[in-house]
Write a protein that binds this ligand. Sequence first.
Ligand code: IPE
Ligand code: IPE
Ligand code: MG
Length: 244
Amino acid sequence: LDQIIPQHVAIIMDGNGRWALRQGLPRTYGHKKGVDVIRNVVEFSLQKGIKVLSLWAFGRDNWSRPIAEVDYLMQLFLHVLQNERDILHKQGVKLCFTGNRLELSALIQQEIIIAEELTAKNCKMILNIVFNYSGHWDIMQAVKRISYSVVHDNLDLDSIDEDMVAKYLSTRDLPDPDLFIRTSGEQRISNFYLWQIAYTELYFSNLCWPEFDNTEFEKALEWFALRERRYGKISEQLLEEDYV
Ligand code: IPE
Ligand code: IPE
Ligand code: MG
């Protein structure tokens, strides 16, 4: 029997700093090491036939970190964008970005557009880089834009439903995540996707992101394949649906 593969996997890549400090190295070394792991996770996801891989690389709340670390993360993101887009393009990966772009430097915004345009027609897998994102920001911007449409475009209040709200979120073009993974042992969402994880299966790994490997990813996938996703129904109903 084929293993059930999640269509959309979303990962909070956490624990870079602690992993580095544990070996007496600066936190930034952990971030750099984390990029190697991203390359590997992308390849493994391609092999597995995962259709959407979302990786959270920077949260809006991370601006509160020491300026030197924030600068390092911005530089690293820029370098990865510039250096990896060609290989990702060759691999058939379509790059997309969720988060508030307008708060990023002009150069980063420009590189994001280049990467998106270069890979726009690829369809092997979507690599969704979640950058300068927070769940509260996303819901807030959706509320603002819907309100604008009510006031200025005669949007009928009664036509606002859950599907419409989802269409105003920054993830409008993506399916909701099936499997969520957070590394480093922390069992919290930390203002990542909120609306979108209503029925996502949550997997917490004790490994720090620089240690995350195929064995651990495979473990998460095997665990996912054993979940029964009921969406409010009862087991017997799901079995019946299998036969129709
Ligand atoms: C995750 O690792 C990467 C980013 C937030 C950019 P952390 O930097 O949060 O590492 P820890 O959690 O402090 O160890
Ligand atoms: C979330 O991790 C952000 C990313 C991994 C990009 P944090 O490390 O910033 O979250 P908290 O502060 O531990 O909750
Ligand atoms: Mg952290």
